[in-house]
Design a protein around this ligand. Structure first.
Ligand SMILES: [Zn+2]
Length: 105
């Protein structure tokens, strides 16, 4: 896999820090696709915030849930408010099947 300088378009080795042609700094790591923060429709317990955080960061879902419950109790419900904010802020995963009628029906 090769990538290209954003300024001059020269091909760069994957571990390059600077472009050999124009000297522009190269980002250290490329963004990982498919790691968007989304609340899945499957497997959620309350609002899907814990599962969304676990999936996006590669954490254990059970650990995230336990920490959320403990954190909510220990913070006198403050984390519960943060949970509600995350629930509103994190978009829901788009449905797997199209909601429109299939053709021919
Ligand atoms: Zn360049």
């Amino acid at each position: 896999m090769a990538f290209y300088c954003s300024r001059c378009g020269s091909e760069l080795p994957i571990n390059a820090r600077f472009c050999a042609s124009c000297g522009v700094a190269v980002p250290a790591s490329q963004p990982i696709p498919g790691r968007r923060l989304l609340r899945p429709r499957e497997g959620r317990q309350i609002g899907g915030v814990c599962i969304a955080l676990a999936k996006a960061n590669g954490w254990d879902m059970a650990v995230v849930r336990i920490l959320t419950i403990i954190g909510t109790i220990c913070s006198s419900g403050l984390l519960g408010i943060a949970y509600l904010a995350a629930w509103i802020g994190i978009p829901e995963e788009p449905p797997a099947a199209p909601t429109t009628c299939p053709p021919g029906v």
